[in-house]
Write a protein that binds this ligand. Structure first.
Ligand code: GLP
Length: 261
């Protein structure tokens, strides 16, 4: 796990965008794992700018989103289908037939989840997975207690997550209780993870994920076992890290060639 602390969310998002762009340039038909929430918004905006101004092309890229709410139609304002269209897909050239998001309206959810996993494998596996972090340490919608080996499946949200996400809905009662999410095993099978966390509300979950024991009670902590995970933080999200000064020193003294690796 490489922990990179940058002055603010803007700088961390720009660094994340450089890493994603490098992946796309190195392997134009790569498979990206995509996340939703407030955290990756700036990253998507920067990728859209790179597409617009520097001709970064996603034409051959495939994408798989982490999760979706059960019972929300793709056109629902709070659906992750809608989020992805508004924040990323409408601004880049990623082919519609290569965009994948779990279908919250699927009639047979277990079958849909199994097919989602099959599609990821058929695409060659996820090269780079973008992740945010819940205030309770969740990845995707893998709430505390999720099996560390889990695959795409239905999950029940915790009251904390429903309250955290209520801001995207008219009221908290409108937040669905159930979601479809890639599992922790699915995330661990990706070749590289970029976890982004910003703001003081994430500081505890960041410290537990990066420096605490690996436990299903803090799903983010499983990334300590990932062979290639980078954690991009602003100063507020890094506030509870014990070894923050060491991480800063390591990053600031990396040889230039290694910085974007
Ligand atoms: C949501 C998403 C996660 C996201 C997290 C943090 O519930 N399912 O993928 O990482 O919560 O959200 P935010 O970035 O808005 O803080």
């Amino acid at each position: 796990m490489e922990i990179i602390i940058l002055p603010d969310a803007e700088a961390a998002s720009a660094t994340a965008a450089r890493l994603v762009a490098r992946q796309v340039l190195e392997k134009p038909d790569c498979v990206l794992g995509l996340a939703t929430g407030s955290t990756p918004r700036r990253l998507y905006a920067e990728l859209a700018r790179l597409h617009r101004e520097d001709h970064l092309s996603f034409a051959q890229v495939s994408s798989f989103n982490l999760d979706e709410y059960v019972g929300l139609h793709a056109e629902h304002p709070a659906s992750y289908h809608r989020f992805m269209a508004e924040n990323f897909f409408d601004h880049v050239d990623l082919a519609p037939e290569r965009r994948h998001i779990p279908d919250g309206m699927a009639a047979d959810i277990p079958q849909h989840c199994a097919e989602y996993e099959t599609r990821i494998v058929a695409a060659g596996g996820i090269d780079l997975q973008i992740l945010g972090l819940g205030t309770d340490g969740h990845l995707g919608f893998n709430e505390p207690g999720s099996s560390l080996a889990s695959r795409t499946r239905i999950k029940t949200l915790t009251p904390q997550t429903r309250s955290d996400n209520a801001r995207f809905f008219s009221s908290e009662t409108d937040v669905p209780h159930h979601v479809i999410t890639m599992g922790l095993g699915t995330i661990m099978a990706t070749r590289m993870c970029l976890l982004l966390a910003f703001g003081k509300t994430k500081a505890r979950a960041v410290a537990q994920s990066c420096e605490g024991p690996v436990t299903a009670s803090v799903p983010g902590s499983l990334l300590q076992f990932h062979p290639r995970a980078k954690v991009l933080l602003d100063e507020e999200a890094a506030a509870e890290l014990t070894h923050a000064d060491y991480y800063r020193w390591v990053y600031n003294n990396k040889p230039a060639w290694q910085k974007d690796q």
